[in-house]
Design a protein around this ligand. Sequence first.
Ligand SMILES: Nc1ncnc2c1ncn2[C@@H]1O[C@H](COP(=O)(O)OP(=O)(O)OP(=O)(O)O)[C@@H](O)[C@H]1O
Ligand SMILES: [Mg+2]
Length: 280
Amino acid sequence: MDAIRIERLSKTFSGGASAAGRKALDEINLRVGSGEMVALIGASGSGKSTLLRHIAGFVASDPQPSQIEILGRPIQQNGRIVREVRRIRRDIGFVFQQFNLVHRLSVETNVLIGALARLPLWRRLTGCFPRSERELCVAALTEVGIGDKAAERAANLSGGQQQRAALARALVQRARLILADEPIASLDPESSRRVMDMLRMLNRDHGLTVVVSLHQVDIAMQYCPRTVALRDGRVVYDGPSAALTPALLRQLYGSAARELLEPDAAHAITQRFGARLNTA
Ligand SMILES: Nc1ncnc2c1ncn2[C@@H]1O[C@H](COP(=O)(O)OP(=O)(O)OP(=O)(O)O)[C@@H](O)[C@H]1O
Ligand SMILES: [Mg+2]
């Protein structure tokens, strides 16, 4: 079964940068099989975050014939998000560039939040988690390499450790699909490598489907067998990551290819625009 199936997805934002009627997403068709690990690349403003938000049912598409299915169940259709969206979202773990954890809570509590949807109401109201869930939480934190941080306040973790805690939360949630929107954009190379290693571990060892948006093509090539490349809201490439040579990237993106080939340029651009777009 496909983990994600998208048919004819378009999105036009009213006002802002898209005031001229330019589509943020333009007739996207995409299928991601269960167990795949796919990179989503594209220059700043190409539509990566917008696409991931539609897949999660956070944003409704244009009111035209279209469909997004998660593991065989529609999450939105023809511009309307389905009523059972919360139930479908239980299968999805999210990792964002920032704002992943509640800073004032402990790491353990943040990870246990992943279990909330599966627990009866009284446990949710009292915050009284069964021992089995706490054990699952410690196991997940250990698996992502921060087992010693359970009691720490989330605010005290480094950026990379926070991202790994977000992955532990997805494990505790028993998510089947991970949507990660530039999870390494604010991290140094060593922390980036660790977070990508953990995403790969979730994919290989736990069979989770992973879609991860990235600015750097070299990381996509290293970790993801398949890359989907967006430009101005359209899929301009969908195939093996290994085939994404600098020449092909220049053909697809023109001078904007620099942003994808030189991580420093990507970093500078993310610093300038990332925060604004990610809080939009
Ligand atoms: N809430 C919004 N209102 C209006 N326009 C928006 C909104 N969100 C995104 N857009 C526009 O949609 C287009 C795609 O933006 P998106 O954030 O998806 O790009 P991105 O590929 O994630 O970029 P980045 O690499 O900088 O994160 C841009 O032109 C952006 O300005
Ligand atoms: Mg983005």
